[in-house]
Design a protein around this ligand. Structure first.
Ligand SMILES: [Mn+2]
Length: 318
């Protein structure tokens, strides 16, 4: 069961040193929510650190208040540990140990699968993002300034895919409307998160587009890139994450299948779809996972054969 905001605020009052962290491989929401909360609690006079793994260049646009560290000293033990945007304790990665050792723990999250793993919990699975909850939590309680507003904005923009996903609600937009009263560069945040890429990323996108093929009268688009092509562009697999959704954008396409060679003979299959195709069902058949409209799996073998097998599974759903 959820605690109330007032109960969480009482725990904060009882604490001077506070550690905050999000999930491993932090995304825009985890970073934005953690940093916004940290900056706001620091304004209240608390000693706050945000413990996060390193993250990609695009997210450097999110204000941190200089409070982010990747590691803490062995002897560091805060009064309170707040986990943000983590569905379960495992998502804290190696910080789970410190979390266990801390006297007061709070879990603030928006994943429907949340396991209520802290001593106090606040989970709202209808919230678009953890950042949205953090806004509600600090509103009328702790200070909000331009940097805090920018961090919350970044988290909401990221988790809603730029206000596109169905999780975007009137409440989300009301919060964004409040945030825009503060003086920060929302255009820069939006563009940096979604529309900026490294040279190599643009190049590998070009190669993927050159390799584009159609199946089932253009209802499925596919592309394969080899390890050699990836190496030539000097990119890592993180920098291929846009490709599948981009090619899904071809008119009249109901699903995309993007395959890349992770290592010789091992291929990652990344799929995107609309309502017609459940790609999580397909990826599960090949030992992978994901969501109905975005899923992936790793398959060993030959790329053309893998594509054929995946397409024949998709065909059953068309
Ligand atoms: Mn999130």
């Amino acid at each position: 069961m959820n605690n109330t905001f007032d109960e969480l605020r009482q725990t904060i009052e009882l604490s001077q040193s506070i550690a905050i962290s999000g999930h491993t491989s932090p995304d825009g929401d985890a970073i934005g929510a953690c940093c916004a909360l940290a900056m706001s609690l620091a304004e209240l006079g608390k000693d706050v650190v945000v413990i996060l793994e390193g993250y990609t260049e695009n997210f450097q646009v999110i204000p941190t208040g200089g409070l982010v560290v990747t590691e803490v000293d062995e002897e560091y033990l805060p009064d309170l540990y707040i986990a943000v945007d983590c569905g379960d304790k495992e998502r804290l990665g190696k910080n789970g140990k410190l979390f266990d050792e801390t006297l007061y723990t709070i879990n603030i999250d928006h994943h429907i699968s949340n396991t209520f793993f802290a001593k106090q919990n606040y989970v709202d699975d209808e919230a678009s993002s953890a950042s949205e909850i953090i806004f509600q939590f600090i509103y009328n309680y702790a200070p909000i300034n331009a940097d805090i507003a920018a961090a919350i904005y970044a988290g909401i923009v990221f988790d809603t895919g730029g206000f596109r996903h169905s999780s975007t609600s009137p409440i989300t937009m009301a919060i964004v409307s409040e945030l825009m009263e503060y003086d920060f560069n929302f255009t820069k945040i939006y563009n940096t998160i979604f529309h900026s890429r490294k040279f190599g990323e643009a190049k590998i996108m070009g190669i993927a587009l050159c390799n584009l093929k159609e199946a089932f009268d253009g209802r499925i688009v596919t592309s394969i890139v080899t390890a050699e092509e990836i190496k030539k562009c000097g990119v890592t697999s993180d920098e291929l994450s846009e490709i599948s959704s981009f090619i899904k954008g071809v008119n009249n396409t109901v699903a995309s299948v993007f395959i890349y060679e992770k290592e010789p003979g091992t291929f990652k299959v990344s799929m995107r779809s609309d309502d017609l195709v459940d790609v999580s069902e397909i990826s599960t058949k090949f030992g992978g996972g994901g969501h109905v409209r975005a899923a992936g799996c790793t398959i060993k073998g030959n790329a053309e054969k893998i594509l054929k097998d995946v397409l024949s599974e998709i065909e059953k759903q068309l």
